[in-house]
Ligand binder design. Structure first.
Ligand code: ADP
Ligand code: MG
Length: 252
């Protein structure tokens, strides 16, 4: 089994003046290629910190983050930026679209690093906007779209360059329940179609229900792990489930 993400003894301590906040205490976790892994926990439990470390947006205080076998915490800023452009996509709670750019321009942005001509970039961005149901809104600016539409642009942007891993931090946090279902359906479908790995942060158990595995985060540690779809996840426990009930000792 191929582990595309491997976290070993990750720790993140923030210091503000004299105060010390242990955002992540000591976290180890492996995520398999193609897995949909959800980090579930209450506000302040350390979910975003964990995701930001995995996505190379922050450096750990201690521990290692391997993505595709490469220790990203050791990379130079320049190498890390390139690595992120090539392999990672990100969906934010607040969409983070560039306000002056149209939907098409926002979505084609990640392709500018790929050495493609403008017409090819525009075609890929247009196809992606079509896939999220926004073919009629390609010239709209973020302020001319609803929250749900803006997040669909955000999803199109995260997936357009076909990254192997997509990270999403509370992607439906600002959306109503109907739009939440649409957006979650879109993200899950897109990732499944291309066997992309998906790591989503949420405090919402209903969102977590879409995942192959739910990692419960409490006070900067992994409290417990629920396996929903054993075949798709990286876990010794899952291996036991797959090899049959006989392999699991009675009472476990
Ligand atoms: P969650 O995403 O689960 O709500 P976070 O990872 O954002 O939690 O935060 C975990 C803890 O770390 C919280 O106590 C938070 O206040 C603290 N924290 C997060 N980011 C910073 C920062 N940049 N500076 C100081 N403290 C931070
Ligand atoms: Mg958070």
């Amino acid at each position: 089994m191929e582990n595309i993400i491997e976290l070993k003894n990750l720790r993140k301590v923030y210091r503000i003046g004299e105060e010390k906040v242990i955002a992540l205490d000591d976290v180890s976790l492996s995520i398999k290629k193609g897995e949909f892994c959800c980090l579930l926990g209450t506000s302040g439990s350390g979910k975003s910190t964990m995701l930001n470390l995995m996505a190379g947006l922050e450096k750990p205080t201690k521990g290692t983050i391997r993505i595709k076998g490469q220790a990203i915490e050791k990379m130079s800023e320049k190498k890390l930026a390139k690595f992120r452009q090539e392999h990672l996509g990100f969906v934010f709670q607040s969409y983070n679209l560039l306000p002056m750019l149209t939907a098409l321009e926002n979505v084609s942005m990640p392709l500018t690093f790929k050495g493609l001509s403008k017409s090819v970039r525009d075609k890929k961005a247009r196809d992606m906007l079509k896939a999220v149901g926004l073919e009629t809104h390609i010239k709209h600016k973020p302020s001319q779209m609803s929250g749900g539409q803006q997040q669909r642009v955000g999803i199109a942007r995260a997936f357009v360059a076909m990254p192997e891993i997509v990270f999403a931090d509370e992607p439906t946090g600002n959306l109503d329940s109907r739009t939440t279902k649409e957006v979650m359906g879109l993200i899950t479908e897109m990732a499944r179609e291309n066997n992309q790995t998906l790591v989503i942060v949420t405090h919402d158990l209903e969102i977590a229900g879409y995942a192959d595995r739910i990692v419960h985060i409490l006070d900067g540690n992994i409290e417990k792990i629920d396996i929903i779809n054993a075949r798709r996840v990286s876990n010794e426990e899952a291996d036991n489930i797959i090899s049959g009930a006989d392999a699991v000792p009675a009472g476990v």
